[in-house]
Design a protein around this ligand. Structure first.
Ligand code: SF4
Length: 350
């Protein structure tokens, strides 16, 4: 591990100024992902500023929605009664990720800042433009089974690993920050970047810019999250799908769909979302929507399976959210399937 200095932040202003002035400094809170990367020599900060003691631990009503402080743990969010009642898709997404022990330590700001689980990123003997810009991408010609099918570049084909971020994207959350040049409100859909020719940058955050909270806008519809993975627990999504539906009687007034495990950021599907507006839920409609959502997918050598898997998962998520199929699990719990079982339940090719 690279040697580093450790400081406890006295307040947010001091933390921002310290990290902004030192390009090799970083914030740390729960540390559930960051410390692993430091131990693996992937992250090599010279200075670590611990923000876990800052008063960013409240969760409560804000503008008709809910404001979640940056340091609120994933467990607290997932089981908060207002989240379970009003945003169950977010609760389901958090509970579909990691273990209880990790969720107890991981924070609201830290979860969306997780770095990719591309195995070449974490192996310092391999070429990786995200870890060492300009060295190449071992995944392009290597085993790319878990990599992106949307929005990738020649420089990087990694996917974002967070489940929580996918639900936040579908809920149009807002990231509130405090930076060296003041405060910012960043729509969650703009928060993560596509790799382009700078895959080392995962988000639009500037050096020293601190997330202070994540806001959930007012929402009175139904939300839901489904995840397909290689085994039934403690695995990252091969594909996941978050849905937020607002109904007007028997028709869909507004729909938002975000996919996980398919791109460098939670992947919204505006064309598919628009196809749902004003329509009555039906399996035929949802199959058409799923086909449209994946029409522009560009699979790599080993991950073409993500297209039918993702289509089937989306159909099932829409069926369950709209009430055409019973929900798998209840609010405050998580349901995730192995890839094989999802593909078998509602085969799109049928
Ligand atoms: Fe690195 Fe991205 Fe290539 Fe993975 S896909 S090896 S993270 S550049």
């Amino acid at each position: 591990m690279h040697p580093f200095q450790y400081e406890r932040a006295r307040n947010a202003k001091n933390a921002v100024s310290t990290v902004a002035q030192n390009p090799t400094a970083t914030f740390i809170a729960g540390g559930t992902s960051h410390v692993d990367l430091m131990k693996e020599n992937v992250h090599r900060p010279d200075l670590v500023v611990d923000i876990s003691g800052l008063p960013l631990q409240s969760i409560g009503g804000h503008d008709g929605g809910i404001r979640i402080g940056a340091n609120v743990s994933n467990t607290q969010v997932a089981y908060h009664p207002d989240i379970v009642a009003r945003y169950p898709g977010l609760s389901e997404a958090i509970l579909a990720g990691a273990s209880a022990q990790i969720r107890n330590m991981a924070t609201t700001a830290g979860n969306p800042l997780q770095r990719t689980r591309c195995p070449y990123f974490r192996d310092t003997t391999q070429a990786c433009n995200k870890r060492e810009p300009g060295t190449g991408c071992a995944a392009l010609t290597g085993i790319n089974r878990v990599h992106a099918i949307f929005g990738a570049s020649e420089a990087c084909v990694a996917t974002h690993p967070s489940d929580m971020a996918v639900a936040l994207s579908a809920l149009d959350a807002i990231v509130q920050t405090r930076g060296p040049r003041g405060n910012r409100s960043i729509p969650f859909t703009d928060f993560h970047r596509l790799p382009g020719n700078m895959p080392q940058l995962d988000t639009v955050l500037q050096q020293g810019e601190l997330i202070t909270s994540i806001d959930l806008p007012a929402f009175s519809g139904r939300s839901h999250y489904l995840k397909a993975r290689d085994r039934a627990s403690y695995a990252f999504a091969l594909v996941s799908c978050a849905i937020a539906l607002e109904m007007n009687g028997g028709t869909i007034r507004r729909a938002r769909i975000a996919l996980g495990g398919v791109a460098h950021k939670p992947w919204r599907t505006p064309e598919a979302e628009a196809m749902l507006v004003g329509k009555t839920p039906s399996e035929v409609l949802f199959r058409d929507v799923a086909r449209a959502a994946f029409a522009h997918a560009k699979p790599l050598e080993h991950n073409a399976y993500k297209v039918p898997l993702g289509q089937n998962l989306m159909v099932r998520a829409l069926m369950e959210t709209s009430g055409l199929l019973p929900l798998q699990g209840t609010p405050g719990t998580a349901f995730a399937s192995s890839a094989g079982s999802v593909a078998g339940i509602i085969p799109l090719s049928a």
